[in-house]
Ligand binder design. Structure first.
Ligand code: GRF
Length: 207
């Protein structure tokens, strides 16, 4: 069966990558296959997860590349070599240029740990998102999967899932619950939905 080739971009622990790999293994992600994992920094445990799953991994160290253009040129080369049809940002912390996002219009997904448009945009990532939600006193938060465009967390929303904040939550306990109850469910589902759409479009274009 034809599958869309998925490249996953990471920066850290890779729990969202693991959720995608687990969905592929379980068969719930059947229209796409992870063919490449790229970390923008050294020592990301996500690359270890890729290795254990037998998926090629690359470190394209943004700091060592000497600038955004050189970083993106190396990233494009890796994506082309892997024949990537879909790019998924999973805990990926680097900003991608407008040129890059336009070249891959509606082909880049991101998982953000809040219900966009709350607590998103420049400066809102990782624990900071949950700290802001707790500081504001919201009773419900969650996660969002969206297409990536030139505006940080500004692309078309694909899916969202709400998570209740509980008394005594810290940023850490909230982050964990949002991951378990929202991120790790939404991202593989969105990967399957968009991969299947890519395959349908390809079949229609083939006439
Ligand atoms: C998490 O806070 C997640 O919400 C965000 O990136 C962080 C690390 O994710 N997308 P991961 O464990 O590296 O997938």
């Amino acid at each position: 069966m034809m599958k869309a080739n998925i490249a996953v971009l990471v920066s850290g622990g890779g729990t969202n990558l693991q959720a995608i790999l687990d969905a592929q293994e379980a068969g719930s992600l059947k229209s796409g296959q992870v063919v490449l994992v790229v970390s923008d920094r050294a020592g990301a445990y996500a690359l270890e997860r890729a290795r254990k799953a037998g998926v090629p991994g690359k470190e394209i160290n943004k700091k060592a590349c000497g600038g955004q253009a050189a970083f993106e040129a190396q990233l494009e080369a890796a994506l082309t070599e892997a024949k990537a049809d879909l790019i998924i940002l999973a805990g990926f912390l680097s900003i991608l240029s407008e040129d890059f996002t336009r070249r891959h219009d509606h082909r880049i997904l991101n998982i953000h740990p809040s219900l966009i448009p709350s607590f998103c945009g420049a400066g809102y990532y990782g624990l900071k998102v949950h700290e802001a939600a707790l500081a504001r006193g919201v009773k419900v938060t969650g996660a969002t999967v969206h297409f990536v465009n030139e505006i940080p967390d500004g692309g078309e929303i694909i899916a969202q899932k709400a998570v209740e904040i509980q008394p005594g939550d810290t940023a850490e306990t909230l982050q964990r619950r949002v991951m378990e109850q929202a991120e790790w469910i939404l991202l593989p589902q969105a990967a399957e939905e968009v991969s299947a759409r890519i395959l349908r479009e390809r079949a229609e274009n083939a006439g």
